[in-house]
Design a protein. Structure first.
Ligand SMILES: Cc1ncc(COP(=O)(O)O)c(C=O)c1O
Length: 388
């Protein structure tokens, strides 16, 4: 018996997917560079903070979120020179995924258009579709080094009278770029002129390489009233299973966000308390992760570029590689299927991030350096097998 007749219609066109993730965990010898789940365990003092908070009785409703946690988030964001009011401008979410869902829920109506770059993190697609919004893709364009960057003319061409919002990811997953000030100025000028909202997914801001800096679009002229900054502790503190994140927006957009009926907050109060501890004392741990990621990136990029037919630019931020394998003459999905079967290496086809990602594959560098050596051996061996 089918239950389709009961379904919200948007759900019928959305797939599932979690079952395969569970199966993958059980394959012996598999190296899984599919999901961006950091391989670091959170420091004990943060785990202790959860227990301590429970024992202190922080087990009750915290309507609107714990104010101390919101203050700690506002203080954290102040490092970009921006003062936000914790009470009226910070919304606590259960990780980045809820931030995306809640932000979309606040502004997207059926038929509205949201511009998503191509390639882009695939976690934007389903929430947009769920709210009945139409996704309009704006192709990114490769720079001299081979990194995909936003192309303002493509974004302009994607704008119509129905455009409600644009999503940017800075630093970008999977492209690995950090937006330049000029790119952000062009985007913000367009957003003001055409009157749309910008979602700034800044989940990877603690992982920016070679001295570059994250520039907040929130601070550009006319943007505070039309920007939602989305973030998460998932990558910053390797907290993917603890589910904490936030949205920063102007007071009016924040008010809309808080009307979304998503439960009182959706992050257990004890974890909110531990989040305060992480923001206070977790930075040594973040630095350790940064160093490890940088070593992995340097090592793997070098090895990738030694493989004939593969070109791999150095990412400016985040911990993914997005090499160009088009020189191998095989579609990226087939390549990933083959390397999974023959070398037990799980990586993701570029097309998962949009059609423009064809000819690329994504590797999440979430294994220690020693395992990265094995990854690159497997990658190289598989490429050699492909060559006649
Ligand atoms: C760009 C981007 N945004 C949001 C998320 C979702 O974050 P979370 O795991 O906190 O839900 C991810 C996760 O990989 C991501 O890469």
């Amino acid at each position: 018996m089918s239950v389709e007749r009961f379904a919200r219609k948007e759900l019928l066109s959305l797939g599932g997917g979690s079952a395969t993730r569970v199966m993958i965990g059980k394959i012996p010898g598999l190296i899984n560079l599919g999901a961006g789940d950091p391989d670091f365990d959170q420091p004990k003092f943060i785990a202790d903070a959860v227990y301590k908070a429970m024992m202190e009785g922080h087990t009750h409703y915290a309507f609107g979120g714990d104010l101390e946690f919101k203050k700690a988030i506002a203080e954290y964001y102040a490092k970009y020179g921006i003062t936000v009011d914790p009470e009226t401008q910070v919304t606590i979410t259960s990780g980045g995924s809820q931030a995306i869902f809640q932000a979309f829920a606040a502004v997207l109506n059926p038929g509205d258009e949201i511009i998503i770059l191509d390639p882009a993190y695939q976690g934007y697609n389903q929430p947009a579709a769920y709210f009945g919004a139409k996704i309009v893709r704006a192709k990114m364009k490769k720079d001299k080094s081979g990194l995909f960057r936003p192309e303002i003319n493509n974004i302009k061409a994607a704008v119509t009278k129905n455009t409600k919002a644009l999503m940017i990811c800075n630093p970008d997953n999977p492209a690995g770029i950090v937006y330049t000030k000029k790119e952000l100025e062009e985007i913000s000028a367009l957003a003001v002129e055409k009157d749309f909202v910008v979602f700034d997914d800044m989940i990877y801001t603690e992982f920016i390489w070679r001295g570059r800096k994250y520039a907040p679009i929130f601070d550009m002229p006319g943007m505070q009233e039309r920007t939602m900054v989305l973030s998460s502790f998932s990558k910053t503190f390797a907290w993917t299973g603890c589910r904490a994140g936030f949205i920063i927006a102007g007071p009016q957009l924040s008010e809309l966000l808080n009307r979304v009926p998503i439960g009182i907050c959706s992050v257990p109060v004890a974890f909110q308390k531990a989040g305060i501890e992480a923001l206070k004392n977790g930075w040594g741990f973040v630095e350790e992760m940064r160093k490890a990621y940088e070593e992995r990136i340097e090592y793997c990029v070098k090895r990738m570029n030694e493989i004939s037919g593969v070109k791999c630019p150095m990412p400016e931020g985040a911990f993914y590689l997005f090499p160009d394998i088009s020189g191998l003459g095989i579609p990226s999905a087939k390549f990933c299927e083959g390397i999974f079967k023959e070398e037990k290496l799980r990586i993701v086809p570029g097309t998962n991030y949009g059609p423009n990602g064809e000819g690329h594959v994504r590797l999440a560098l979430v294994v220690p350096l020693k395992t990265c050596e094995e990854v690159m051996d497997r990658f190289e061996r598989y490429v050699k097998k492909l060559k006649p």
